[in-house]
Design a binder for this molecule. Structure first.
Ligand SMILES: Cc1cc2nc3c(=O)[nH]c(=O)nc-3n(C[C@H](O)[C@H](O)[C@H](O)COP(=O)(O)OP(=O)(O)OC[C@H]3O[C@@H](n4cnc5c(N)ncnc54)[C@H](O)[C@@H]3O)c2cc1C
Ligand code: FES
Length: 311
């Protein structure tokens, strides 16, 4: 049976064991969230030996060359020595620049990183606070904002949301590796209809993408739909409406959960050229995606990022 080593600790595991489970079940705490290779919370560094990897494409060539692997996607097949991701050593330091409630349940965190971070609207990274690591999406734009902005859904109790509630200006926080999901803005889309469908804080990355589309003078019609639990949770209603004023090609719709079935039933595609970007909790993304498919949107014109909760 292969041996697994972390620091001074060494133990044997069944060949083929999932690396994330083998570590966590033996007292080496490795954070995780999606267990699907998308959030990168479970990064570990292989310093001797290599595991078998089901998603080699999920990391860059350079990261893999340095030995980084996603533990949730790896199986232990041979002796292996790993180091866990240490936010103090491997993460980027940042400070809380502002912490504001945009609605009863949405906390906006603005962070100043120790050194500039090169990113694009729609990307996400893992935030570390009090040894809890969770993926969150960037709502800011590198060209226009000096801070990194995140919109956190704190409606339900959760380890990270509880820690985030306590954060004050100047508090330290660590940033994990930057990661791109499906969401982005492509200047080649300039004349095409663009639909941005957000559920809850799924609006954060889509707000960044909307601003990026406007910054790049998007010519096609842009339709923004924000689905929230109730009207009080339309936390960007004012800025969105202000952006729509005087812009004929931008339309903003605010839907509540109670209105969803009727509103979805009314959803019609005006053009087969439409691109739909969808983001939020799994059930809402699913509902949007199913309706878009029924309405005739080709599958490859739907880009979705799902806020999978910690498993
Ligand atoms: C790529 C990606 C990007 C994301 N971006 C964002 C973002 O920008 N904004 C955002 O708000 N979220 C985002 N998420 C989702 C967020 O990372 C998760 O919701 C995360 O789990 C929240 O962490 P937490 O510690 O607050 O809650 P956790 O402790 O991880 O709990 C997760 C959920 O389970 C519930 N729960 C916990 N314990 C119990 C229990 N005992 N009984 C019942 N329910 C329980 C919690 O209430 C919470 O809703 C993203 C997720 C991914 C994968
Ligand atoms: S990538 Fe492994 S838990 Fe998300």
């Amino acid at each position: 049976m292969p041996e697994l080593r972390v620091g001074e600790r060494q133990w044997t595991v069944a060949a083929g064991s999932n690396l994330l489970d083998a570590l966590n079940q033996n007292g080496v705490s490795v954070p995780y969230s999606c267990r699907a290779g998308s959030c990168h919370a479970c990064l570990v560094k292989c310093v001797e030996g290599l595991p078998s990897d089901s998603r080699p494409d999920a990391l860059s060539h350079e990261q893999r060359r340095q030995g980084w692997r996603l533990a949730c996607q790896c199986q232990v097949v041979d002796d292996l020595q790993v180091e866990t991701f240490d936010p103090l050593r491997d993460g980027l330091a940042a400070q809380v620049a502002a912490s504001d409630w945009l609605s009863p349940s949405v906390l906006r965190l603005r962070l100043t990183p120790e050194r500039p971070l090169r990113y694009q609207a729609g990307q996400h990274l893992v935030l570390w606070a009090d040894q809890v690591a969770r993926p969150y999406s960037l709502a800011s734009l590198p060209e226009e904002d000096r801070f990194l902005e995140f919109h956190l859904d704190c409606r339900q109790p959760g380890a990270f949301s509880e820690a985030a509630r306590q954060l004050k200006i100047g508090d330290p926080i660590r940033l994990g590796e930057l990661r791109g999901g499906a969401l982005h803005y492509d200047p080649d889309w300039n004349t095409r209809p663009l639909w941005l469908l957000a559920a809850g804080t799924g609006l954060g990355p889509l707000f960044g993408i909307l601003r990026e589309a406007l910054r790049q003078h998007h010519q096609g019609a842009i339709r923004v739909i924000h689905l929230a639990h109730d009207a009080g949770e339309h936390y960007l209603a004012n800025p969105l409406q202000a952006m729509a004023e005087g812009r004929e090609n931008l339309n903003v719709e605010l839907w509540t959960a109670a209105e969803l079935p009727a509103a979805l039933a009314q959803l019609r595609l005006v053009s087969r050229q439409t691109l739909a970007l969808v983001c939020g909790a799994p059930d809402s993304v699913d509902a949007f995606a199913r309706r878009l498919y029924l309405a005739g949107l080709p599958r490859n014109q739907l880009l979705a990022d799902v806020f999978v909760p910690h498993g």
